[in-house]
Design a protein around this ligand. Structure first.
Ligand code: NAP
Length: 293
């Protein structure tokens, strides 16, 4: 069923996600802070451009957002130009940004005052997942509301799950990032060791990826790591934001995350090496830089 939807934030992730909604036959209105990107989007896909989040949200059944961090989210949701100013009673606001669980609860409470439902829905799968429409969506919110948005999100996702009340999607994304941090550091150390041992990296990975050491990171990143290529993918700056959110949340819930805290500092080293925009697999670049010195 075709719906009126809006998409706020046409970055690496939002641009193709909004495109999939248009290709699925929905009536899409987009807003992007840098208007040129929104105009470029309408050259590629069927849809309209609005000049403020509020104008984009007018007449929408569902408003999707994918911006940077907690404060970016607040700046597109609140105020006279924010989405809440444009949305009608009974409509749904969905946030795909990776944020704290706290801001998800805050936005949900503000939306509820206007009888607007909110779902936090961070994603996993990266740029390729967004472009190919195969993201994983981790959601928090009301079951009946999720049931309404899930078929629409299917335009850009291959799996979506409701984890619990508002904020649960973000908490699940924190688990995702915690797991990735350790796996990437392990892979970086393994490849570094293989190089030192004079092994053929290709043959090593071909062999061990079939056993218990296999992972998404190994499958998708070992080649570029072996070649020292990091100028693509999921930026270290974003990962530090995400690990910071997870470490803050751990202070609230009492979780002990020694490995996450350590890898977070390793990523700070990568930033200091000038690799803030490098892919997260650049932990190997850090090891190699230390090794040289
Ligand atoms: N990239 C990935 O692989 C990946 C994977 C999973 C999750 N995520 C998460 O998804 C979110 C977006 O990531 P991305 O890679 O798409 O980022 P990005 O390419 O940097 O895009 C960010 C988008 O948000 C907009 N924006 C940022 N701050 C804003 C503000 N204060 N007001 C209005 N608009 C603002 C930007 O507008 P402008 O065009 O004007 O700058 C842009 O459209 C982040 O939370 C990230 O952690 C990313």
């Amino acid at each position: 069923m075709s719906m009126n939807v809006s998409f706020i934030g046409l970055g690496v992730m939002g641009y193709p996600m909004a495109g999939h909604l248009a290709n699925a036959g929905h009536n899409v209105t987009v807003y992007n802070r840098t208007t040129a990107k929104a105009q470029q989007w309408t050259q590629e896909y069927k849809g309209d451009v609005a000049l403020t989040p509020a104008l984009a949200a007018k007449g929408a059944d569902i408003v999707f957002m994918c911006v940077g961090n907690d404060d970016d989210l607040r700046s597109v949701v609140y105020g006279d130009d924010g989405v809440l100013a444009g949305m009608a009673v009974g409509t749904i606001l969905v946030d795909h940004t990776t944020t704290s669980a706290e801001v998800a609860r805050e936005v949900s409470a503000k939306a509820a005052l206007k009888n607007i439902a909110f779902i936090d829905a961070p994603v996993s799968g990266g740029q390729a997942g967004a472009e190919n429409g195969v993201l994983t969506v981790m959601a928090g919110g009301d079951e009946a509301v999720f049931a309404k948005v899930q078929p629409v999100m299917a335009a850009f996702s291959r799996f979506s799950q409701l984890l619990g009340e508002v904020g649960s999607g973000q908490l699940c994304k924190m688990v995702n990032q915690i797991c990735i941090a350790g796996v990437v550091q392990g892979l970086a150390e393994g490849l570094h060791f293989a190089k030192q041992a004079g092994l053929d990296g290709e043959k090593v990975i071909e062999t061990i990826s079939k056993g218990a050491a296999g992972s998404w990171q190994m499958e998708n990143r070992y080649k570029t790591m072996w070649q020292g290529e990091y100028e693509f993918g999921f930026a270290v700056d974003w990962m530090r934001k995400d690990l910071g959110i997870a470490l803050d949340e751990a202070k609230n819930n009492g979780a002990t995350l020694p490995m996450t805290a350590t890898v977070d500092q390793y990523y700070a080293d990568v930033q200091a090496l000038g690799g803030g925009r490098y892919d997260t697999s650049s932990l190997l670049a850090r090891i190699e830089a230390l090794h040289k010195n």
